[in-house]
Design a protein around this ligand. Structure first.
Ligand SMILES: Nc1ncnc2c1ncn2[C@@H]1O[C@H](COP(=O)(O)OP(=O)(O)OP(=O)(O)O)[C@@H](O)[C@H]1O
Ligand SMILES: [Mg+2]
Length: 261
């Protein structure tokens, strides 16, 4: 039975997609059957694994609105133990489609469509990783309702914790209404630039606030991580000896050990 983990932060550009791709790939390398779901109309996780629009017919939008089964939208990538459900700009229209459904059927639950879909395939994977878009709108709500836990990437920069209260409130709201078992898997510090003091200050601030919820692994700021997606590869395939490869492998090990496997 898969553990479903969403990478969530409504703040843009904090490393959600980079971490989703590379954590998912690293879990695969650790021998875990992993499915990465791109839940962002920007489709960065999709292109980051080398998939372009012409490479697939069905995407996560089709799954969410019931145009197809979730199984039929899964692509088995060439990377070890890693599958992908791609996303396209179509996903931006999911809200409109859901409003239509609600008008036609007053039992339609707009926040539960992804959970319903995922329940059909949970048996087939060890981990399902969901890359969320930078908003707390309907798609992210679907992710929170469908997940066992969340990873909150936090960038080692000024205003690192900006918006965090709103994010935690959304998590609490989902816990008290739709998904009481939702947990915070961990807070992931990203893009640490070892040459600046700000980074160290942020680490201290985040650890004070989230205590042992913060992963020991910190992702360094490295150009290789910017380059890898343009080659359509996770960092472990693009540059196996990079410090970034090691960092995401360590993160995967932490996730696995936190889950007692
Ligand atoms: N550790 C890192 N070192 C250097 N650059 C990084 C690192 N992590 C992410 N980046 C770069 O920072 C930018 C934002 O990262 P990413 O796309 O992963 O963030 P995001 O939270 O998914 O953004 P969005 O909110 O738009 O979905 C990208 O250009 C990415 O290549
Ligand atoms: Mg992203």
């Amino acid at each position: 039975m898969a553990k479903t983990i969403s990478l969530v932060n409504q703040k843009g550009g904090v490393g959600k997609t980079t971490s989703s791709i590379n954590l998912a790939a690293a879990l695969g390398k650790e021998g875990k059957k992993t499915l990465l779901i791109d839940l962002d109309p920007q489709g960065n996780a999709t292109t980051g694994l080398g998939y372009n629009n012409g490479d697939f017919k069905l995407d996560i939008y089709d799954v969410m609105v019931g145009n197809c089964t979730i199984k039929s939208a899964i692509k088995n990538t060439k990377f070890k133990n890693l599958s992908l459900i791609p996303s396209t700009i179509n996903l931006a229209g999911v809200d409109v489609e859901f409003v239509k459904n609600m008008l036609e059927d007053n039992t339609f639950r707009q926040n539960e469509q992804l959970r319903k879909a995922i329940s059909e395939i949970k048996e087939n994977y060890d981990y399902i990783i969901i890359d969320c878009q930078p908003s707390l709108g309907i798609t992210t709500m679907n992710a929170l309702v469908a997940s066992d836990s969340v990873i909150i990437p936090v960038q080692c920069e000024f205003f690192a914790l900006e918006g965090i209260t709103q994010l935690l409130n959304s998590i609490i709201m989902v816990q008290s209404n739709m998904n009481p078992d939702l947990r915070i898997e961990g807070v992931l510090l990203t893009m640490l630039d070892g040459r600046t003091n700000i980074g160290l200050e942020v680490i201290e601030e985040v650890r004070k606030y989230f205590k042992n919820k913060v992963f020991n692994t910190i992702i360094p700021r490295l150009v290789r991580l910017v380059e890898a997606p343009s080659h359509g590869k996770p960092i472990s395939d693009y540059d196996p000896t990079s410090r970034a490869t090691l960092a995401y492998q360590n993160l995967a090990k932490e996730v696995i050990s936190r889950n007692g496997q």
